[in-house]
Design a protein around this ligand. Structure first.
Ligand code: KIV
Length: 272
């Protein structure tokens, strides 16, 4: 008899089935506590390799390791009960060959218990996506701006601003869909191109700096909460968490300095 907890998590096929329906809500999460808070409101949580920049202070996502992704992936799976958890495959863990990608994706899934992985790339990654999808690994693709390629792209640039760039990006979208990706992230992409791709492909598009026409949206949680010092133009701040944290720390430091903390109600008396 199974002793598992009877919690029904959203699955990758359920995300695919949302194509053209109610918009899919998603956010990044890197820790158990933010995952627990977001779990009620989102359909999936992405343990994005953006954690390298947001949490660990790297200049790009390139230095992020498999071990780091697995550590944060485990925390998010522990925190969320309902949302599908997708873990990013970091740079260098999947590009070499489909079999290397399978070994590393399987390691991520076994060690974190997440429900899917994400990898960056279009046409050139189609063979790998198909190899993984045919072997039990749901894959979310990621096209448009692919931050792991920052050193060849030369910067975090919006994609498809010139119409002569559209065909290649549309081919990427079709290729990942045909290869069996269950959804595709469209990052930093000219709005009309993202809308066209959304109409053309049979899998959900998840926009980040793309179009309201996408089948769903994702943002980096720290950016939308107002916790990141610099955010891209497409981010709307839905909170002012950075300011709230600073205010609380300032008040605490003032209380400690003028000896008003800990006051009696926060101290322990001797028991008789
Ligand atoms: O790493 C990440 O957070 C991502 C999202 C921006 C889609 O890939």
């Amino acid at each position: 008899m199974s002793v598992q907890k009877q919690v029904r998590r959203i699955t990758a096929p359920e995300i695919t089935a949302r194509k053209g329906g109610e918009p899919i809500v998603s956010l990044t999460s890197y820790h158990a506590h933010t995952a627990q808070i977001a779990d009620k409101y989102v359909d999936f949580l992405l343990v994005g390799d953006s954690l390298g920049m947001v949490m660990h202070g790297f200049e790009s996502t390139v230095p992020v390791t498999l071990e780091l992704m697995i550590m944060h992936g485990k925390a998010v799976v522990r925190g969320a009960e309902r949302a599908l958890v997708v873990v990013d495959m970091p740079f260098g863990s999947y590009e070499e060959s489909p079999s290397v990608a399978f070994r590393n994706a399987a390691k991520i899934m076994k060690e974190t218990d997440c429900g899917a992985v994400k990898l960056e790339g279009g046409k050139h990654m189609a063979e790998t996506i198909s190899y993984l999808a045919n072997r039990g690994i749901p894959v979310m693709a990621h096209i448009g701006l692919t931050p792991q390629s920052i050193n060849t792209i030369g910067g975090f640039k919006t994609q498809g601003r010139k119409k002569d760039q559209w065909a290649a990006i549309e081919e990427d979208a079709q290729a990942v869909a045909e290869a069996g990706a269950f959804a595709v992230v469209l990052e930093a992409m000219a709005e009309p191109l993202a809308a066209r791709i959304t109409k053309a492909v049979p899998i959900p598009t998840i926009g980040i700096g793309a179009s309201v026409e996408c089948d769903g949206q994702i943002l980096v949680m720290e950016d939308m909460m107002g916790l990141s010092p610099r955010v891209p133009k497409f981010v709307k701040e839905f909170g002012k968490v950075g300011k709230a944290i600073e205010r609380a720390i300032k008040l605490y430091s003032e209380d400690v300095r003028d000896r008003s903390f800990p006051a009696n109600e926060h101290t322990y008396d001797v028991k008789d």
